[in-house]
Design a protein around this ligand. Structure first.
Ligand code: G1P
Length: 308
């Protein structure tokens, strides 16, 4: 039996520059997809995968995340007085979701450094890592898929998905040998390669199950791409010492730190909500029809021959 994965690390100190000005005073992980902040989707995914303790690595300007998962007695009191019981129990459910520990990454030195900051809290046991601005939508949660594979393999496993070639330079890219459908033994990992240097189109997504020997590698990991201590580089070193695997994760991934990913997530999750889906579906259909008409009439206008 391999040791159980009980803890998950959430690196949350990033600035969210792709979503400025919104993220100037509000953490990108608190952007709402319908009525829940993005980070809550990720915490719920970890809970679904059986994780009991969440280690949040935050930074300046991230206090709203702590408040969100905390108890708000004043608010609960107001809801009680107004007989809003459903909302009250939803708030209580959120503050009871899991045990949460908050740590600070004082300097933005990279994802590898953020994970290293969690060493004391993780200790000598395997742990999950989940990036707090990526959400997955599929039949089974991303972390659950990784946990299932970890229970069999007992080795570090990285979640990955194929991406369009035009996007490989935005990700950590995996070179590996397929040992069964969707499961690869990692040969090499490259963080944000140029397209011509990318060994495949399999991108690391923000979900990992890792083992504590990684900390030792991280402690001496020199900065890589962008001058940052990269988790990908440390995992590449680890893969030279012991088997490291990568699993193709089923489901759709939304990078909500990116405007397009955020919009897509909002549409997808709104269409899944029984209280919103019907009206929202009709609104989308009408909007698309009107927009198609507008574009085609503009197109016709644009190709009208010039009067001589
Ligand atoms: C990080 C990782 C990268 C991974 C990506 C997934 O990059 O370093 O390997 O592919 O997350 O979103 P970041 O997006 O933080 O630059």
């Amino acid at each position: 039996m391999h040791p159980t994965v009980r803890k998950a690390v959430f690196p949350l100190a990033g600035h969210g520059t792709r979503f400025l000005p919104m993220t100037k005073s509000s953490p990108k992980e608190m952007l709402p997809v319908i009525d829940k902040p993005v980070v809550q989707y990720v915490v719920e995914e970890a809970v679904e995968a059986g994780i009991e303790q969440m280690v949040m690595v935050t930074g300046r300007g991230k206090r709203a995340i702590e408040d969100h998962f905390d108890i708000s007695y004043e608010l609960e009191d107001v809801l009680k007085k107004k007989n809003k019981h459903a909302l009250l129990s939803e708030l209580q459910r959120i503050s009871n979701l899991a045990q949460i520990l908050y740590l600070r990454q004082k300097e933005a030195l990279g994802l590898g450094h953020a994970v290293l900051c969690a060493e004391l809290a993780v200790g000598d046991e395997p742990f999950a890592v989940a990036l707090g601005d990526e959400i997955l939508d599929g039949p089974k949660s991303g972390l659950s898929q990784l946990m299932e594979a970890y229970r069999k393999l007992g080795s570090p496993i990285i979640g990955m998905q194929r991406v369009p070639l035009s996007e490989v330079s935005h990700y950590g890219i995996v070179a590996g040998t397929e040992i069964r459908k969707g499961l690869f033994r990692v040969d090499r990992l490259v963080e944000k390669p140029r397209l011509e240097d990318a060994p495949s189109d399999f991108a690391i997504i923000g979900r990992y199950i890792l083992t504590p020997d990684l900390f030792e590698v991280l402690r001496t990991q020199p900065p890589g791409v962008g001058g940052e201590i990269q988790l990908t580089d440390a995992l590449n070193t680890l893969a030279e010492r012991r088997p490291v695997y990568a699993l193709e994760i089923e489901g759709d991934r939304f990078d909500t730190g990116d405007k397009m990913g955020f919009l897509k997530a909002t549409v997808r999750f709104a269409l899944k909500r029984p209280d919103l889906s019907l009206e929202f579906f009709h609104f989308l259909r009408e909007t698309l029809e009107r927009e198609t008409q507008r574009q085609s009439s503009e197109g016709a206008h644009a190709i009208r021959p010039l009067k001589g």
